[in-house]
Design a binder for this molecule. Structure first.
Ligand SMILES: Nc1ncnc2c1ncn2[C@@H]1O[C@H](COP(=O)(O)OP(=O)(O)OP(=O)(O)O)[C@@H](O)[C@H]1O
Length: 234
């Protein structure tokens, strides 16, 4: 199953921010979206999640057309979005977040299996399962936000700047967990990231944006060259 995005134009109100963007990610694949602050990475992800309505373009997962489908229905159909702001509930515990994440998974045993899967991916969360999210560190909160998305058994996972504000050690832990996720799930992952290290370690393909437009797109090794990156981040 391939997640295919074509000709996306999106912005806020009438103001255009991203122009004619597209890519394909197969299940099991990781795509990185890189670019300077304000390049349009978050806007593209929001358009894919349905939080922002695209002005034009198509979004498909296999045979299913997601274009024009409301955000809640995209989520129901397996498109999970972890925004930069994480959107956790400070008073709820780690385990309560994971239960909430898998409300749509049928059957108590299956839900327990999904939560166990999340703890295997993010072992640090197991020890913290009774702790309120508001009392977790930034890295632990980020792990929880990704874990909550993963328990819903998504077919597409959209991650907005997962390494933002994390220490190098926390970033390594997150990269390790996301690498493990790729080996165990039938899932297409799209990661908007400022950290080229994270993108190099995780992503097969990369889309480089500058001022809302594609600068370059293709296999990570070919795209993440000095010239392309310098031009995009100037
Ligand atoms: N809610 C909004 N209303 C109006 N303009 C917005 C809004 N959010 C973002 N923008 C504008 O859209 C452009 C792209 O922003 P976006 O957040 O998509 O970039 P980004 O590449 O994700 O940046 P960063 O790496 O800083 O998060 C910027 O010029 C920004 O000012």
């Amino acid at each position: 199953m391939t997640f295919s995005v074509h000709g996306i134009h999106a912005g806020y109100g009438r103001i255009p921010v991203v122009h004619d963007l597209g890519f394909e990610v197969a299940a099991g694949g990781y795509l990185g979206i890189v670019g300077a602050n304000g390049a349009g990475k978050s806007t593209l992800l929001k358009a894919l999640a349905g939080v922002v309505t695209p002005h034009a373009g198509t979004i498909r997962l296999g045979d299913e057309d997601f274009t024009g489908v409301p955000a809640w229905d995209r989520a129901r159909r397996g498109l999970a979005f972890v925004p930069e702001s994480r959107e956790l509930f400070g008073e709820l515990t780690v385990e309560e977040h994971l239960h909430a994440g898998c409300l749509r998974v049928r059957g108590r045993a299956k839900r327990a299996e999904r939560i166990e899967f999340a703890y295997e991916l993010f072992p640090v969360l197991r020890d913290l399962r009774r702790r309120a999210a508001g009392r977790l560190s930034g890295g632990q909160q980020q792990s929880l936000a990704v874990a909550r998305a993963v328990v819903s058994q998504p077919r597409v996972l959209l991650l907005d700047e997962p390494s933002l504000g994390l220490s190098p050690i926390a970033v390594s832990g997150l990269v390790e967990s996301l690498t493990r996720l790729a080996r165990t799930a039938d899932l297409a992952v799209v990661i908007a990231e400022q950290s080229l290290t994270v993108v190099r370690e995780l992503c097969d393909d990369v889309l480089v944006l500058n001022l809302g437009r594609e600068v370059e797109r293709g296999p990570a090794a070919a795209v993440l060259t000095r010239t392309v990156i310098e031009n995009a981040f100037l």
